[in-house]
Ligand binder design. Sequence first.
Ligand code: UDP
Length: 328
Amino acid sequence: MAGDGTEILIDEKGKRTDGRNLDQMRPISIKVGILKNADGSAEIRMGRNIIIAAVYGPRELHPKHRALPDRALIQCFYRMSTFSVGDRKSPAPSRREREISSIIANALNSVAFVEAYPRTTIDVYLQVLQADGGTRCASLTAASIALADAGIPMKGLIAGVAGGLINDTAVLDLNNIEDQKGSGDVPVGYSPTLDEISLLQLDGVFTIEQFEETLKLSLKGCTDIHKIQKEALKAKYIKIRDEVSVEVENLVGKTEIKEDIKEDIKEQDAKLTESTIKEDKEKKVEEPPLKAPKPVPEESKKEKVPEESKENPIQEPSKEGEDKTEVV
Ligand code: UDP
């Protein structure tokens, strides 16, 4: 089955160009908190797509006249790196990039409690490092996670995936070839928690039935991605918990060492006190027992002055070499 009649996009076994079934998504992996300098961040890999989301804020908005008096302004900056596609992409923001930035910001606005941060901005940067179809949906999935990682209160997470039509067949999660050669695509952003669609676009011509079938596939895909999002968020906090518990264990270890040292000090103290008491006892034994002073006879109360001193009361300091006469 070929989208434009020349390329085989679905073979006779119902397999797509990358071997997937019609209702099968590409492998997805999400990492949370990958950037140290952002308030919140996430990396998503969806098939060959690699996208990084970084959130800064809520923070002061410049120029101030753009600030909203009753809520935060969510600003998105979706950009494709020059090396993200086969042909070098111009670094200047294209109309497409501005449009995608705007629809992602609108979708995030519907789930974030923006009214909690009046007059501020929440900036969401989405950098596509490698593109292979469905980047707006993958970016929305990552942005939603990065917002949560930044601690922005949210009513729910949004997951995004594009359904599409290859000839008359509805398929899930179009890759680049399918996007280019297929007959149409329907990017969807959906929050399973709120049961709300916050992004819906349609490119191509669909019957109502085809549209409904494609939408159904996309909503199922979003629900599956939502589970991966929650797991990714949990994984971050499990990692933090493990790191903290290791630190606590280390601290407890150090405390034990301190306790050991304290015990040693106590032991040494005890030994020292023991030996001091022993020494004191020995000294006491050597010392003559204290006796009551004898009454001094009246005569002996008069100071006995040596004859020499009587004659010469001022004692000259003895000269060197002379015998030192001790005065008693
Ligand atoms: N693409 C490209 N160069 C561009 C823009 C897009 O090669 O300047 C490719 C890229 O792989 C992208 C795909 O075309 O994922 C489909 O682009 P679309 O505009 O449909 O957006 P997306 O499907 O990525 O949300």
